[in-house]
Design a protein. Structure first.
Length: 400
């Protein structure tokens, strides 16, 4: 009878045999690590080393020819070979217990394992499969159980070698490795694309709001105006309406989309009304960029300030303007309070801040540009989150 506990929930077609339980010490041979610190680094030698800090810094799975490692003085070291795994033996983050990297396509580079690392040479098991074992929830739970330390939490080489795990045939391991590696590469590519879009947005904000770049046909100088000439404060209150929240990174969002406990008061009679097209900001976090243009009708906490644009003011243009670094610094200088924990920026002070703005038609074209960029960023963030969820699902269900 098949042992159902040793059969994964998600499996490639054609595989049905139960997985085999194995002890890590039976499929790996420890490779010597050395107490090499940053003080041993040299500008150019024939020997490179992996420091545990480098492992935590890397977001990729493998170390290959595209990864630069620090050099150390040449010595009588035992080098790592292609396919070896190197683990950081300690971390300040419990999620990264024994974080692993795989040495891959090194083309003869002389690489050794340095301080606070555990190096393992696998046999009778695929390197990438073992990498995924170390990233599994089962290993995390084991690490919590046998690890030691408070500020810095670590797992010893001795305890790692005692770990038991389940594995299929080498052929099935390779199939699992292939799909997870492709998914990891796809996530990395989308992360790069997202960073490029954010860099593009940052560049556009710098160039357009400094007026270094302007759309064709616009030559009129921008005017200095007080924010009180551009906005009115919306003082309307209501206990009825969808609860909204102002975030630093995503602007105004529906509260129920946040992974956050609802600590709002049962009596919402003092909550502020927000209309589509308003700008709302956290009065105590405006200096950190907690503002946004509302795409919804709803209500927000009394801790927020809601402002509504006057004629010839494009709220989208102003919402982008409020996120600029130099603008946030202005908000910080004008916030009132003895310490950063008590700084606040209410509308009576905000309305006296002066800014430069173009005519309404140019505002609207600038808004259209940043709407496109923001939509691209949001779409890529959503795609990236979906890919990460898919990988998490596979990691939870392709292993036993």
């Amino acid at each position: 009878m098949k042992n159902e506990n040793l059969v994964p929930k998600v499996r490639f077609k054609g595989f049905s045999d139960p997985w085999e339980q194995r002890k890590l010490s039976s499929v790996v041979t420890p490779v010597k690590s050395y107490s090499i610190t940053r003080d041993n680094e040299r500008k150019s030698t024939n020997t490179e080393y992996i420091h545990y800090g480098d492992i935590h810094k890397f977001t990729n799975t493998i170390i290959d020819d595209h990864v630069t490692l620090p050099n150390i003085a040449d010595g009588d070291y035992i080098p790592l070979n292609e396919g070896d795994l190197v683990l950081a033996d300690a971390s300040e983050d419990y999620v990264e217990i024994a974080k692993p990297l795989v040495l891959f396509k090194t083309d003869g580079r002389n690489i050794v394992s340095g301080l606070h690392t555990i190096a393992l040479h696998p046999h009778d098991v695929e390197s990438l499969f073992l990498y995924n074992v170390f990233n599994s929830q089962n290993f995390r739970r084991y690490g919590y159980k046998v690890g030691t330390g408070l500020k810095v939490f670590g797992v010893s080489s001795k305890n790692i070698l005692k770990y038991s795990f389940n594995s299929p045939s080498m052929y099935e391991q390779k199939k699992i490795d292939s799909i997870l590696l492709k998914l990891t590469d796809l996530i990395a590519a989308n992360e790069d694309k997202l960073e490029q879009l954010k860099t593009l947005k940052k560049l556009m904000m710098q160039k357009i709001f400094s007026q270094e770049w302007r759309f064709k046909g616009f030559t009129d100088p921008w005017e200095q105006r007080k924010l009180g000439e551009l906005f009115n404060e919306r003082k309307e209150k209501s206990s009825q309406g969808e609860l909204l929240s102002v975030t630093i990174n995503s602007g105004i969002v529906k509260f129920d989309t946040l992974d956050r406990k609802n600590n709002s008061s049962a009596d919402k009679s003092n909550y502020r009304v927000v209309r589509y097209g308003d700008i709302a900001y956290n009065s105590m976090r405006m200096w950190q960029g907690a503002s946004g243009l509302s795409m919804y009708n709803g209500i927000v906490s009394p801790a927020y300030t809601v402002i509504t644009p006057r004629t010839n003011t494009d709220a989208g243009f102003m919402a982008v303007n409020f996120k600029r670094k130099s603008m946030i610094q202005v908000f910080q200088r004008n916030s009132q309070g003895l310490t950063s924990d008590t700084w606040n920026l209410k509308f009576p002070v905000l309305k006296n801040i002066r800014i430069s703005i173009p005519k309404i038609t140019e505002q609207q074209i600038i808004t259209e540009l940043f709407t496109v960029i923001n939509n691209l960023i949001a779409a890529n963030e959503d795609k990236l989150n979906q890919l990460k969820k898919l990988k998490k699902y596979l990691m939870q269900n392709m292993f036993v």
